[in-house]
Ligand binder design. Structure first.
Ligand code: AMP
Length: 172
């Protein structure tokens, strides 16, 4: 994953002073890197009988849809409030910068369906933790959280309530 890591661009003080934003757009723009990224996120779950891959708005969508394709699974959007048209449930969470909420359609999974969660970055873990609560709230079995970048010094993996984390690039 060294080549992928070398394409991640650090943007200091974005979107707020003190935050070093991990910009993955150079990875997404490189056809070989993008293919290796999707492969790296999906490959541990090839035999995991995943029925749906859930992506967190918005960068998570970019990664979760092709991962779903690789796994022969469907895709579920986990979105910011007010974006999903059908009946939803909501979870509040705190970000590395600010607070927000996420929603998912109540009928997005079958009871007990095996779901893989995908996002670009885990920082404090608040976002992923809220997504896991949402998915469990609609009856999913969350089999893993596959993420490109783990900001390990923020210890987000401790908030994942027993869901195993698979991270391709880790910053200690
Ligand atoms: P958290 O809830 O703190 O784990 O934050 C994770 C979410 O916020 C992910 O959806 C990321 O896209 C975004 N995020 C948080 N911190 C960063 C960062 N330093 N660089 C890029 N994205 C970040």
């Amino acid at each position: 994953m060294e080549n992928l890591a070398s394409l991640i661009r650090d943007i200091p003080d974005f979107p707020e002073p003190g935050i070093v934003f991990k910009d993955i757009t150079p990875v997404l723009a490189d056809s070989d890197a993008l293919a290796r990224l999707i492969d790296g996120l999906a490959s541990p779950y090839i035999e995991a009988e995943v029925g749906k891959v859930a992506g967190i708005e918005a960068r998570g969508f970019t990664l979760a849809s092709p991962v779903a394709g690789r796994l022969g699974a469907g895709f579920i959007p986990v979105r910011k409030p007010g974006k999903l048209p059908h009946e939803t449930i909501r979870e509040e969470y705190s970000l590395e910068y600010g607070t927000d909420a996420l929603e998912v359609h109540v009928d997005a999974v079958r009871p007990g369906e095996r779901v893989l969660l995908v996002d670009d970055v885990i920082a404090t873990g608040g976002t992923a933790s809220a997504a896991i609560r949402l998915l469990r709230g609609i009856g999913a079995e969350v089999v893993g959280f596959s993420v490109f970048i783990e900001l390990a010094f923020l210890r987000g993996r401790e908030l994942l309530n027993g869901v195993p984390l698979h991270a391709l690039v880790r910053y200690d």
